[in-house]
Design a protein around this ligand. Structure first.
Ligand code: THU
Length: 170
């Protein structure tokens, strides 16, 4: 049996800390372009199909030529078959405009008929897809997370949300 005295604590070779850099704004303080993208994400919540969670999420993607593509969460009785709003929007943009870079992504969510007070953040799978979208087009995306109490703006790209990410094995 191992006793406490069997463990030796070594100093690490390096110690690193990841910081997520984001800014909080009131909706009215944002640029017109940011507000329009958030408005599109809010509208997209109305096209959500979420009979199981009753949580309506909308996403809006801004492409480098100004085109906006939206998506909403689409659920299914076989739960894993559903898809989050972010991936619905990103895959829709990727299939309609494969050559265009995504320069911004806005997200809004609705519960019991009201937008959430706090912004919601994308799930891990969506972060991975967001990251690959950036890598594919060599363009970092501006991320806007809407809440009625404030909008979280991430300007440094998806890496802020997904440190130590899996990129490629090649
Ligand atoms: N959902 C999204 O669409 N985006 C997120 O960022 C978080 C969660 C969806 C998945 C599911 O349909 C519902 O919200 C409840 O988790």
């Amino acid at each position: 049996m191992l006793g406490v005295s069997s463990f030796r604590i070594f100093a690490p070779m390096k110690e690193l800390i990841h910081i997520c850099h984001y800014k909080l704004y009131a909706y009215d303080e944002l640029s017109e372009q940011d507000r329009q993208l958030i408005d599109e994400a809010q509208c997209a919540t109305g096209r959500s199909y979420a009979p199981y969670s009753d949580f309506q999420v909308g996403a809006a993607v801004l492409l480098d030529d100004g085109t906006v593509v939206t998506g909403s969460n689409q659920e299914n009785v076989a739960y894993p078959s559903g898809l989050c709003a972010e991936r619905t929007a990103l895959f829709s943009a990727g299939s309609a405009y494969p050559e265009k870079a995504v320069v911004a992504l806005a997200i809004a969510a609705c519960m019991e008929g009201k937008f959430t007070r706090n912004p919601i953040t994308p799930c891990g799978a969506c972060r991975q897809v967001m990251l690959e979208t950036e890598l594919r087009h060599h363009t970092p995306m501006r991320i806007l997370l809407y809440g009625t109490e404030g909008v979280c703006v991430i300007e440094g790209g998806v890496g802020e949300l997904l440190p130590l990410s899996f990129d490629s094995f090649r």
